[in-house]
Design a protein around this ligand. Structure first.
Ligand code: UD1
Length: 421
């Protein structure tokens, strides 16, 4: 078991580079399955989730070569169309590999995905969309078998909710469909725009990504390409919040402020001084942070992935803040550990709301990550707490943050990763 050990009360100060985006990397790696020509991706973060995804590609028969952020993949010799259950359970986004396998071979076998336990997270929208494209689905012995007996034909698919994963899966599954696939009520997240840009660079025809209506005109083949993936907006937001919670000042280079406006507006409302340049964001925390109310909504609204992170920061804000989580049912587990550290938080479980009354003095404690972003929230609380904080189950955090320990150390934190056998 891995734990972060943090000696708190150190300001986060300095300049740091944002890493490549976890949520963009995963579907973009899946495009290599669709493309039979060699592809090269740059800026892929070295995190547990990308390692697992690449391991699955190797099992499927792809040749994968990694060289610090540059990843070359050839799927020409790919033969296996089944994603092993054990790896499928390790992370949720393995589900987008299914759309890519299906798009390439017209059949795919996989199981229900795992990932962070932050809510029910069904895949009904994904499966219904596959059916709309002419795929037959049979569930047998823990596996879902998908097969298109005839050609997969583009059609109009209306999503009940703008699901990020379902939108990505439909795009991937439709690249070689006959005719045009229209996604109505598509997710608009920047990671979807990045996926579309990457596919279009390979010769696909994906239009409208970033809007709620995406059209995919089927093509016969994709060609060799390289692609540099976008930077991680949630990692950027987390590092900004690390400075905010410790009264520090931070400059994040290689960032994309455009993708993070809802978070930057809230940090500004909390009293932070924010300077935006084309590729960098500088944040200077005020002496005392102000409380704010937050509601998570799909992009361009406030991202659910930033909810726990800002929740930790708001324990240090003067006044009462209300956070309403609208995307996932079970994303407040971190609040119990923040309370253990001295935060004054009321959980209204039926409404999926927390009320944070600040400002609280936080004390070092032994706490435990229950999921990726909740774990990161506890690390931030540890940076601002007096004494030593131990964040157990750090494995969750390592799934999504590249070298978090190294980056925070460089910024003045006293943090180390400890392995307990
Ligand atoms: C992606 C992100 C995750 C982020 C989330 C919402 C990746 C790898 N992960 O997750 O970090 O928190 O978007 O921005 O990109 N739903 C259904 N049925 C479905 C699919 C989804 O009911 O078939 C529901 C989910 O339970 C959830 C909501 O839709 O309540 C949003 O989920 P979705 O947008 O699909 O999130 P993910 O793609 O899993």
């Amino acid at each position: 078991m891995l734990s972060y050990i943090i000696e708190g009360n150190n300001k986060i100060e300095g300049t740091v580079q944002a890493s490549g985006s976890k949520n963009a990397a995963l579907p973009i790696i899946a495009t290599a399955i669709l493309n039979q020509e060699p592809v090269t991706f740059y800026n892929i973060p070295d995190i547990e989730d990308t390692r697992t995804t690449l391991q699955i590609l190797k099992i499927l028969g792809c040749k994968v070569h990694t060289d610090s952020g540059k990843i070359s993949i050839s799927s020409k010799g790919m033969h296996n169309k089944t994603i092993p259950k054990e790896l499928m359970h390790k992370l949720r986004s393995t589900v987008v590999l299914a759309g890519a396998i299906l798009g390439r071979f017209k059949e795919a076998t996989f199981s229900y995905p795992g990932g962070c336990n932050i809510g029910k997270r069904p895949i009904d929208l994904h499966l219904r969309a596959f059916k709309d494209l002419g795929v037959e689905i049979e569930e047998k012995e823990d596996y879902i078998h998908c097969r298109a007996k005839k050609e997969m034909i583009g059609t109009k698919i209306k999503l009940d909710f703008p699901s990020v994963g379902a939108t990505e899966n439909i795009i991937l599954a439709s690249v070689y469909c006959k005719g045009v696939t229209h996604i109505i009520n598509a997710a608009k997240e920047p990671e979807i725009q990045d996926l579309a840009k990457c596919l279009n660079k390979m010769g696909a025809k994906v239009y409208g990504a970033g809007t709620s209506r995406i059209s995919i005109c089927g093509v016969k083949k994709l060609h060799k390409a390289d692609y540099r993936i976008m930077t991680d907006r949630i990692e950027t937001g987390t590092l900004l919040c690390a400075a905010a919670i410790t009264n520090g000042t931070i400059k994040i280079e290689n960032a994309n402020p455009e993708n993070l406006l809802s978070v930057l507006f809230k940090l500004k409302e909390m009293g932070c001084d924010i300077l935006i340049n084309k590729n960098s964001i500088t944040l200077k925390a005020p002496k005392v942070l102000k409380s704010v109310d937050i509601e998570t909504t799909p992009y361009p609204g406030f991202p659910t992935d930033m909810q726990p992170i800002i929740g930790a920061v708001l324990t240090k804000a003067e006044g009462t803040s209300v956070i309403k989580e609208n995307i996932f049912e079970n994303r407040f587990k971190y609040a119990f550990d923040l309370k253990k550290m001295g935060a004054n938080i009321i959980l209204k479980e039926n409404e999926n709301i927390i009320e944070i009354k600040g400002k609280s003095e936080l004390n070092g404690e032994i706490v435990s990550s229950a999921d990726l972003r909740g774990g990161a929230a506890l690390v931030l609380a540890g940076l601002a707490a007096s004494g030593t904080t131990k964040v157990e189950n750090a494995e969750y955090i390592l799934r999504g943050y590249e070298n978090l320990e190294g980056k925070l150390k460089k910024l003045g934190a006293n943090i180390k990763l400890e392995k307990v056998v």
